[in-house]
Design a protein around this ligand. Sequence first.
Ligand code: PMP
Length: 303
Amino acid sequence: MYNFLPYAYFQNKFVPFAEATLSIATHALHYGTGAFGGLRGIPDPQDSTQILLFRLDRHCQRLSQSAKFLHYNLPPEKIQEIIVDFVKKNQPNTSFYIRPFIFTSDLGIAPRLHNIEKSFAIYGLELGDYLSPEGVSCRISSWCRQEDVSFPLRGKISGAYITSSLAKTEAVESGFDEAILMNSQGKVSEASGMNIFIVRNGKIITPGFEHDILEGITRDSVLTIAQDLGIPIQERAVDKSELLIADEVFLSGTAAKVVPVKRIENYYLPEHRPITEKLREKLIAITENREPNYRDWVFPISI
Ligand code: PMP
């Protein structure tokens, strides 16, 4: 069970989490017509009067973009303002995750996005490691990532997560920790809720946007860190066979941070993972505001 933060933002005000409830006839529940964000925060290890949010501006920007697909105008500045108030109200004292989301909140049937009420809400929970930092085993999913011709992949849209859920459950029920999804062209796309990277001969390779990935903010952070460390990077198509023989494979996401892949089906990856380790350590140091060159990725909130 999760420890939810005490207050939610619901119907334009802060209410105790338990009071933020909805009808079973809520439109979004039936049609997946929602969009969400997910960001992490921690109490500042150097200053107990502050909370640090990682890449708040990028998360607000992506959620605002996702909202456009729902025909809902929610400027990033507005999202940011409410998230800051949410953190001040909750005063979390441990590592936490914030889930801001937009959804069609009308009661009733018929899938549509016009002439329907939408709402913006936020809740949060305490969150430690989402996946084991020691490494995970992955199954290659029999489900493919959606294509942009039938689904707005540039948004983080609730309905998309049926595919992630099918893939994750298929993986877990067959004894693996996580799923890797190919796209409909048979190229590696991403995991159920994370982007994917491989390392070959000291080079970092990750599928590009044309391979139907989500615009991951951790992915963007990893690429920037790698570039700053002088590690060569390539954004390009990755074949399944290349994945299986990589020197290192890792997943990136807000909840998971950077997590090594130990095994893909019956292929065991080397246990020596120097690049994955370096990137994971650097990313964590940045989120804890220990890296002066990346201060602008960490948004401090005085509580
Ligand atoms: N892909 C999917 C499908 C996701 O749900 C997530 C998590 N938001 C990611 C990738 C990673 O994105 P981010 O680094 O922004 O959390």
